[in-house]
Design a protein around this ligand. Sequence first.
Ligand code: GLN
Length: 276
Amino acid sequence: MYRKLLLTLFLSVLLGVLAACGGSSTDNEQDASESATEEGAEAEGDSDGKVYTVATDNAYVPFEYLDEESGELVGFDIDLITELAKEAGIEIEIETLEFAGIVAGLGSGKFDIGIAGMTITEDRKENIDFTQPYYEAGLILAVTEENANEIQSIDDVDGKVVATRQGSTSQKYLEEETDATPEAFPEIVEAYQNVLAGRADAVLYDLPNVQFYSEKEAGGELITVGEKLTGEDYGIGFPKGSELRDKIDEALTTLKENGTYDDIYEKWFGERPEGT
Ligand code: GLN
């Protein structure tokens, strides 16, 4: 009884917070132009004065999200693209939008660069050119404690409602590899919220995001179950044929070699990447 009350209280607080966030998400094309990159461009001295638009996700912890206290866009991808722009000597301006719009916008040439925990897939490669992989993720299933007995792995989701995000690799996985009923939301936070409120049986999403959300925002109420599924290599995307791809890819090689990449990784994941 007491537990139930606590959970209800927790959920209403969570909903309140989400509602507050929701209010600003209508005008979420946030302009977070990075002054640091301007310095970088000066330092390199080969900027042609052009400002390249970088599209990123608006809520994908810990890769890109708004810091609650400062209201600033922060995360692993944000630090990485800032350093990459410096290294490549280009000036960038960051725009945030929902994930499905980034994939579509890169394909149509609306943005110059996309960094959004975006998995390199054969389908996407038809419309987008990617750098080498910069982070290796995988998909994981998560449930509340109440469902943890019934759903212990992806083998138990047939006939269940599994929440996920629109346009993601998880949505595709659910549709193609399982007999679950996928429910895909524009924002991944909505998927988590539905599982916590008991409106969906489970959520399938990228492991680092599920873990970070579960620990930092859901107070451990979301439990991951089963094995990590599929390899998900994240790449930085460009419209087909963009000459920026090689520039940023080279800069990425440099940052991997000179330790900058490892420093950013450690800042966000609390340890240095394996093999370094
Ligand atoms: N890695 C997943 C994909 O590419 C999810 C990315 C995201 O939600 N930002 O589909």
